[in-house]
Design a protein around this ligand. Structure first.
Ligand code: PHB
Length: 390
């Protein structure tokens, strides 16, 4: 046997021995999001946000190689649940991320609990989601967190009569309740509460009711992806010129669609945790890198939540020195704080929800394109739904 041949046999034997040990050095992260169907923009943004984090920070943390497995649930909760089970059982996934709609996040809660695997919610935003499993941590936001400050802004700005219009499911109900309660407590009047179907809504008949009510303002929550269709209908019905002021959570003037909404969106005031126009060095670097990596696509609040979901996981792995035990990871995540492109954030150790600034923004043209331009900020807002219970 030549010495070269002997060396290659030895190398092959060493690789065989090292093989299983190498598998231990891989941390598989399942990103389960809608990549097709009505919520496909959420999947596209989340995938790009998570990938950008890995691109900018390397694919190795605490000696572990991070492998992101992206799965499309098409927005169907039974599919989300099956994908979560498969990722844990077959791919040995150590963390699950994503969940583009509330029912999709809820479907995985019992799976996370049973398998003791962290479920990092980077999209869905109904307040009670984090109560459904001790393994759920959230880097997106909650609707009470975004909607209550909008009511406060109305009260400060002499708006007294409002109609609310929300998508008829978890986050919509939260937005309607938290906007309405805070507004009425401060002396405002809710003239009518309108709920629109989650699936393929036709806004025309609902907007006719708003026109008939003639309130001072219309407060809207719709999930990311429906804003452009709503805005088109709002303008076509002439509501933008009827004196009814449009106010909303930032889901409606979503950065993914805002550039195509047209001038009807100009002047719309919203409250939210992220704008691509947020003025900080971290955000400028994030937006530039995101646009470069994604053929000019502008990041929205889903992208930043997925980016921060990865940031949270990397920091937790650093703290556990690479240990992937679910209890250790969740313990490491509690109380974690860092600077996100959206500003300073932390994980509330009691609720596992994100604490973050909520910004008041107005749609304006910047260099010829529409942006949510921030003009006020409420610092370090905790989810008010859980704060009220404590
Ligand atoms: C949700 O289903 O929880 C959800 C989806 C999209 C949003 C906000 C909340 O923009």
């Amino acid at each position: 046997m030549t010495s070269n041949r002997r060396i290659s046999i030895l190398a092959a034997a060493a690789a065989l021995v090292a093989g299983p040990a190498l598998a231990d050095d891989v941390v598989t992260v399942g990103l389960i999001v809608p990549m097709t169907g009505q919520q496909a923009t959420t999947g596209k943004q989340e995938q790009a946000g998570a990938n950008l984090y890995i691109q900018l920070h390397g694919d190795t943390v605490a000696g572990k190689k991070i492998v992101l497995e992206v799965k499309d649930d098409a927005g169907a909760p039974d599919v989300t649940k099956r994908l979560a089970q498969d990722l844990i059982a077959n791919d040995n996934a150590k963390a699950l991320m994503g969940f583009g709609l509330t029912p999709l996040a809820l479907a995985v809660a019992p799976v996370a609990t049973e398998a003791k695997v962290p479920e990092i919610v980077t999209a869905a935003a109904t307040a009670m989601i984090t109560e459904k499993s001790p393994y759920i941590v959230r880097t997106s936001f909650t609707l009470p967190q975004a909607a209550a400050p909008m009511a406060q802004w109305c009260l400060k700005n002499a708006i007294h009569k409002v109609v609310t219009l929300v998508a008829d499911y978890g986050p919509g109900n939260d937005a309607e309740k938290w906007f309405g309660d805070v507004f009425e407590k401060g002396g405002g009047q809710i003239v009518e509460k309108i709920r629109t179907p989650l699936k393929a809504p036709d806004f025309a008949p609902f907007l006719q009711r708003v026109k008939d009510d003639a309130p001072e303002a219309l407060f809207v929550f719709l999930p990311s992806g429906q804003g452009a269709a709503f805005m088109k209908e709002f303008a076509e019905r002439g509501l933008d010129k009827s004196g009814v002021r449009l106010i909303a959570t930032g889901d409606v003037t979503d950065d993914d669609q805002l550039a195509d909404m047209g001038d009807a969106a100009l002047g719309v005031v919203t409250t939210h945790h992220y704008s691509a126009a947020h003025d900080s060095p971290e955000n400028k670097a994030f937006v530039a890198a995101f646009e470069k990596a994604n053929a000019g696509m502008r990041p929205n609040f889903m992208a930043v939540a997925a980016y921060d979901g990865m940031a949270l996981l990397y920091q937790a792995l650093d703290k556990t020195k690479g240990a992937t035990d679910g209890d250790a990871l969740i313990a490491a995540m509690k109380g974690m704080s860092w600077t996100s492109p959206r500003g300073p954030v932390s994980i509330d150790p009691d609720t596992r929800d994100i604490v973050q600034n909520i910004y008041v923004r107005k749609v304006e043209k910047v260099d010829g394109a529409l942006y949510n331009v921030e003009f006020d900020a409420i610092p370090a807002v905790k989810d008010p739904y859980k704060a009220a219970k404590q």
